[in-house]
Design a protein around this ligand. Structure first.
Ligand code: 5GP
Length: 209
């Protein structure tokens, strides 16, 4: 990847972190940013479209793409498979794009192994209560899935040490957060107050939950 002119940016964070909205803001800031469209076996939500949010494919199709070496990384998350197609990423990086992978924490860890120079950013809500409220507010998931996602979020927050930056997504500050990420990507000095790389954050996040 070092010969490529683009940059690989991983944006991760628990369900309910608002990372999807931040990524949309980032894409609107500058056309150097491009988003990887993952493949998934999960069902399509009413607002989603095949080829835009995801390639919605069957488990058989996913497994055959995997066997053919067409995935950069993949993970099973809450009983569904999600993976990053390799071909789009290579083209984007050759074309100088700042290529964003919006993926969960196991996938981020795998990208770190494969591409140590990738920039890994975790976006998190300020605390667990906010995370739960955001997850329920979406209204698209059953209680069973919400519980699985909350449990997964706990594990994800516990692994924040591998990220280069941990950014707290305060209510309604999507645009500011996208600008912070753009500053980080451009290598500009950043504001310490907005960039928290604090090993105690995980403990504070959960309070006594
Ligand atoms: P959702 O079902 O809410 O769209 O996504 C569930 C989780 O899977 C999110 O954390 C999302 O970032 C992650 N995800 C989406 N695409 C990929 C992918 O290609 N690989 C990995 N490892 N995770 C992904």
């Amino acid at each position: 990847m070092t010969d490529y002119s683009g940059k690989l940016i991983v944006i991760s964070g628990p369900a309910g972190s608002g990372k999807g909205t931040v990524v949309k803001e980032l894409l609107a800031l500058d056309d150097r940013y491009a988003l990887s469209v993952s493949a998934t076996t999960r069902g399509v939500r009413p607002t989603e479209k095949h080829g835009r949010e995801y390639y919605f494919i069957s488990r058989e199709e996913f497994e055959s793409r995997l066997a053919a070496g067409r995935m950069l990384e993949y993970n099973e998350y809450c009983d569904q498979l999600y993976g990053t197609p390799l071909d789009e990423m290579e083209i984007a990086l050759k074309n100088g794009k700042y290529f964003i992978l919006e993926i969960e924490v196991n996938g981020a860890s795998r990208v770190r192994e494969l591409y140590p120079e990738a920039l890994l950013i975790m976006i998190t809500p300020p605390d667990y209560d906010t995370l739960e409220a955001r997850l329920r507010g979406r209204g698209t998931e059953t209680e069973d899935i919400i519980q699985k996602r909350l449990a997964t979020a706990r594990d994800e927050i516990a692994r924040l040490g591998m990220f280069d930056y941990i950014l707290i997504n305060e209510e309604g500050k999507f645009h500011e957060l996208a600008e912070t990420i753009a500053e980080i990507v451009d290598g500009a000095p950043y504001d310490e107050r907005r960039v928290i790389n604090n090993p105690d954050f995980g403990k504070k996040f959960f309070g006594n939950k």
